[in-house]
Ligand binder design. Structure first.
Ligand SMILES: Nc1ncnc2c1ncn2[C@@H]1O[C@H](/C=C/CNC(=O)c2cc([N+](=O)[O-])cc(O)c2O)[C@@H](O)[C@H]1O
Ligand SMILES: [Mg+2]
Length: 214
């Protein structure tokens, strides 16, 4: 049977990127998505904003919701200090299998724990299963109707501390209106919008950075 797009994306990484070189993995995926097949990675333009926020926060404990093929996982993990950990949740087994290979190709498997499962099932288990008290940085890029319920779940599970930074992709396109209204109106968050473009296109999109105030 015909291969899937994530499988073709992984092939492009293995063909064009250098093992152990995260930047070459990022460039190979961006080239594939610009010149061969669009895919829903954050991309290079919004990816640079992600890089700057991660560098500013310099987090020890990171949670990513929605791994897909591991593009943003690699972008984040390559910037983490030694000893820092990234847990990424992905409930589609096929995507998880591709992402594992992309993360290994980038040489970042020691910094990343890819958990194959649903965010709603695993957020409540972060303490007892991973010994995580709170996260320093959370990247939201999974199904858009899950951003708000999962944020409330993280609050309820005590996983956010004063200063935890949430960064959400696609707040314009496809859009997350309920999440945006919540973080922008809640007294528990200081929120700001980074205007950009939908990956590999000229359409507007952007990232919302929200600092939990405790
Ligand atoms: N509750 C959950 N727990 C674990 N994994 C979960 C999950 N919900 C979804 N996922 C996974 O997260 C990814 C979904 C991304 C949705 N993005 C999108 O739909 C999307 C669409 C466009 N677009 O249409 O232009 C552009 C973008 O940047 C986008 O991120 C998929 O890999 C999916 O399996
Ligand atoms: Mg996205």
């Amino acid at each position: 049977t015909r291969s899937t797009r994530p499988q073709r994306l992984l092939k492009a990484v293995q063909k064009h990127a250098t093992r152990g070189d995260p930047q070459s993995v990022i460039s190979a995926i961006d080239h594939f998505c610009r010149h061969s097949e669009w895919a829903m990675n954050i991309g290079d333009e919004k990816g640079s904003i992600l890089d700057s926020v991660v560098s500013e926060v310099n987090p020890e404990k990171v949670l990513e919701l929605g791994t897909y093929c591991g593009y943003s996982t690699v972008r984040i993990a390559r910037l983490l200090p030694p000893g820092a950990r990234l847990i990424t949740l992905e409930f589609n087994a096929d995507y998880a299998a591709i992402a594992r290979q992309v993360i290994i190709w980038a040489g970042l498997e020691d910094k990343v724990q890819l958990v194959e499962g649903a965010s709603e099932d695993w957020i409540p288990r972060m303490k007892e299963h991973f010994g995580i008290e709170t996260f320093d940085f959370v990247f939201l890029d999974h199904w858009k109707d899950r951003y708000l319920p999962d944020t409330k779940l993280m609050e309820d599970c005590g996983l956010l501390r004063k200063g935890t930074v949430l960064l959400a992709d696609n707040v314009i396109c496809p859009g997350v209106p309920d999440y945006l209204a919540y973080v922008r109106n809640s007294l528990s968050y200081k929120s700001c919008y980074f205007k950009s473009h939908l990956e590999y296109t000229k359409a507007e999109d952007g990232l919302e950075k929200s600092v939990f105030l405790g």
